[in-house]
Design a protein around this ligand. Structure first.
Ligand code: CP3
Length: 345
């Protein structure tokens, strides 16, 4: 393995090599369940935090310093690509992300820029600051949103319960949908390759809302674009993690895109998913994040049950099936991380 990381458990597991225990990190680990996050957040807007490399680095480091997880994830958001393409993005307290200029017509789509990597240079700058701060302690994970999930935010103008406008676009104007998806895919390739160039040790593609799609629509509107992206990454020794909610169903298709790791939601039996994948594809997951609201003996049992199930499998990274919720007790998260770090196969 050509890396200088002091702790490279995540990289080894991602490449399906043996590890003494499963590496642990958690989606949304750099966030609102930590008091120290709020100490920073109360002074700046979310986008200011993302766009100021020193602040993004401070937040990225919180879970390393306070929890001791085996990987850092860049503090940013999947929607920054959509903003760079022309989306007028804001994050409102209690509302979440909003685009004031949703993309609904051919003209809106034509206005989306693909020549926008310069607008995302602050992310490369943040990566360079974070890498210095990390000093090779643990790997840094970069990420981007997958085209379908980004499209859904651009079309709906924000979060959605049912993706009604997005699905109506896919159904009534598939060519228009494809033209937007292709633009997002091209930006995402350049953006992730820029992150790799800046020094991230792994990348994760988040297709959070793929779950909303039927099998055929997933193939047509999500899968082929994720494949386009993953096949164009300058991967070298940088593992690629593919995440979606819906991976319990879509894992066989996700495997066709040849990621190093598939990150699995909490619905499926993880061993069953793993055994159905081609050799050499690792899995990440898949504790139901709601378990972290439970009493500690319950947290312990559910994690150890998962580990017993995965015993003997090379290529297993512990994570949640989706992100940590903001009101999960910090103490429970810390307990889970410590338990995992003491575990040995
Ligand atoms: O994982 C990490 O800790 C790294 C940082 C990170 C954030 N967002 C920070 C964030 C990552 C990897 C993301 C990814 C992201 N953003 C996804 C994919 C992962 C997933 O959860 O499915 C999605 C769908 C988004 C879009 C987004 N950003 C939403 C829906 C929201 C607000 C609503 C909510 O409750 O999550 C955000 C805001 C956001 N992104 C916050 C953080 C820490 C909260 C900002 C605040 O403090 O108000």
């Amino acid at each position: 393995m050509v890396n200088n990381l002091k702790n490279d458990l995540l990289i080894r597991a991602a490449f399906s090599q043996a590890t003494e225990r499963p590496p642990v990190w958690m989606m949304r680990q750099a966030g609102r369940f930590m008091k120290e996050y709020w100490d920073i957040k109360n002074k700046y807007s979310f986008l200011e935090m993302c766009k100021t490399p020193e602040i993004a680095a401070d937040v990225t480091m919180l879970p390393i310093d306070l929890l001791g997880v085996d990987a850092a994830i860049l503090f940013s958001d999947i929607l920054v690509t959509a903003e760079a393409m022309g989306g007028d993005l804001s994050f409102e307290q209690g509302v979440g992300p909003r685009f004031s200029n949703p993309i609904r017509s051919k003209q809106d789509a034509a206005n989306l820029s693909t020549d926008c990597l310069d607008k995302l240079q602050y992310v490369g700058d943040a990566i360079r600051v974070i890498k210095q701060r990390l000093d090779q302690q643990v790997p840094l994970i970069g990420f981007a949103g997958a085209p379908f999930t980004i499209l859904s935010y651009l079309v709906e103008g924000g979060s959605s319960k049912d993706f009604k406008l997005t699905k109506t676009l896919l159904n009534n104007q598939p060519e228009l949908a494809h033209s937007i998806l292709q633009k997002i895919a091209d930006v995402t390739v350049a953006y992730l390759n820029m992150q790799i160039e800046a020094g991230v040790n792994a990348v994760q593609l988040f297709d959070s809302w793929a779950l909303a799609l039927s099998w055929n629509d997933y193939k047509e509107f999500s899968h082929q674009y994720n494949n386009y992206i993953i096949s164009r990454l300058n991967r070298k020794d940088v593992p690629v993690i593919s995440f979606c909610k819906g991976s319990s169903v879509f894992a066989p298709l996700m495997a066709e895109t040849k990621p190093d790791v598939i990150s699995v939601d909490w619905n499926a039996d993880l061993l069953h998913i793993k055994q159905g994948l081609p050799k050499g594809i690792a899995v990440q997951g898949n504790l139901d994040p709601f378990v972290l609201y439970a009493d500690k003996p319950v947290i312990k049992k559910k994690i150890l049950d998962l580990f017993e199930r995965m015993r003997g499998e090379e290529g297993f990274i512990f994570n949640l099936g989706h992100g940590i919720m903001p009101d999960i007790p910090f103490d429970n998260v810390k307990y889970a991380v410590e338990l995992i770090k003491e575990y040995r196969y």
